[in-house]
Write a protein that binds this ligand. Sequence first.
Ligand code: GCW
Length: 702
Amino acid sequence: MFKKLAIFFLFISFASIADDGSRLWLKYDLLKDPKQREAYINLTKFVALNYNSPIATNAANELKIGFEGLLGKKIPVVQNWTGKTGGIILEVNTTGISVQHLVDDGFAIQQQKGNIFITAKTPSGVLYGAFELLRYIQTAKDLNKISVVSNPKVKIRMLNHWDNANGTVERGYAGSSMWKWTELPFRIDPRYIQYARANASIGINAASINNVNASSRFLTAEYLEKIKAVADILRPYGIRVFISVNFRSPRTLGGLKTSDPLDAEVRKWWNDKTKEIHEYIPDFGGFLVKANSEGEPGPQDYGRTHADGANMLAEAMRPYSGIVIWRAFVYNADPKGDRFKEAYEQFKPLDGTFDPKVIVQVKNGPIDFMPREPFHPMFGAFPKTTLGMEFQITQEYLGQSTHLTYLAPMFKECLDTDTYAKGKGSTVAKVIDGSLDSHQNSLMAGVANTGSDINWTGHPFNQANWYAFGRLAWNHTLSSEEIASEWIVMTLTKNSVSQEKIKNIMLKSLPVYISYTYPLGTAHMMGEGHHYGPEPWLAKSGRPDWTSVYYHRADSIGLGFDRTGKVSNALSLYHPEVQKLWGNADQCPLDYLLWFHHVAWDKKLSTGRTLWNELCVRYYGGVEEVKKLQTVWESMKTEIDDETFENVKGRLKIQEKEALWWRDACILYFINYARMPIPSPLAAPTRSLDEVKKLVEIYHLR
Ligand code: GCW
């Protein structure tokens, strides 16, 4: 009996220490320092709710759970504030001085007469304010003089799930889909609520729940009932549901002969379907559409334009508050063309013809979520169209679930770049937050990295990318450092020395990853189909612009894609000031060099090395850096929860092995073109190109 009890207690104590990552950054573990707890307890004696709504109630409950966990003390939630002091008052107030600087989702947190007021114009604002207050405590900030006014820079802050009806996730690296379509609407997985809380805590207010390579099935009554169940869970957390739609649905579902957007019956079908959706989901967010892209159907199948297609759906949405999000990710398979230019060229004539309800969603770069891309040339060039941003949080080309890559610096690099559209300071961020061209609506979407894995994202550090995306969608002026610091202290450790070390790892991680995969502005050299690992020799695929040779253009002279006037002239799509920055190979920043120039192997770069030597230094250096990251991680063994520590440790080992794989593949392949030696003291790879090629073949075995 005693033995059994002892095992039981051992289990309990383990359970309370081991961290499976499922709580994400919302841990609310007891603050260790009693003095610090005391200080907070004096200010959090009760939570008073001056407003009655499911969202505001969730705000109060979240504070209650958070305070009880962090401070170890029960906190009453009362309906109406009686004038007592020492508590948190939540109020929704549409007029008055306290909300005059707020937009709809914004909030103010102020200390007043012995209480802390969280005030907003909408219940969602109160919820975001509650999470901000909790973040203050989680990150051990002083509440005594708290004074915050916070407004989201972007209106629609959205996750795009590429989840399929069969439970798989396109480009998902964290298990299967978190949406249990076979169980819905009867069983509600409790994780939906955790998902909603996590999103609300970082200001995300929209989610498209299915893959943009969309099945019409999501528009059937059977599925609408399932989606309704999800929407009902997400709504009290301020999240609106969107559906990705298949443009051919009027034919596949409606039995019509066409899906031509100018056909009266087709338009009626969409109007009726939209009405039906609203019967299930009255606050339906709207449609997300991938059309005439990678084989998906679209208006061009009927000789119509993207605007014809988008505007037809906008008309169907006219009676409702939702919108239409139309993706600009389109390209043709012209071997002589340049994929870089295609979206711009197809959409440019349509600027000014989209319905105001339409947002055109543009990927951050012109190709496809490469680890480093120049900003998409559409940003700054479409003043009459509301352009939304599409980032990829899931790491299709960024180490998927095994490489540690913190993406905030990549998001920031794009957002902070100047398009010069209206003179200096016309950053991409200003295009997408609507301020540059005075657009009413604004959107930042991130392709989600969530799945059924217990810790949601596979690699524990991938959680930070979900977190960073949300924080930047709310406020793109936050720095990558600030966001990393918040996340680390809430998620990994309270030890300040370790916090600094981890922050360094995170901030180094993207440049390190880029140096052993895509240095100097190379792109798109990954394994065919699965997009994992290197395959720079890939010369044949379903389409020329799915190969690697299309992008790197290695030959006996040099490396890189000439996008100056001499060849593709894609540079001309940018403002002349941007062309000046990137157009001259001698001055182009090295990070972008091979995106725009075909550079001779023996050309001396600004580093004093030839292109070939610089390439070698970066590939080799990247591998060495991964080893260093491992040593730093190892030094924190006692400071990090065991389970997380071992999890990351194992993945870093894989990362080292695969960094070497990338290095050897690219060096051994390019050396045949460069025909120059690997500069000393770097040692030649110990395997042959054929051996490395075999590693890729294994991935294609059936
Ligand atoms: O990045 C590519 C992916 C596809 C994806 C497509 C897109 C959903 O490889 O899997 O399809 O982009 O963004 O539409």
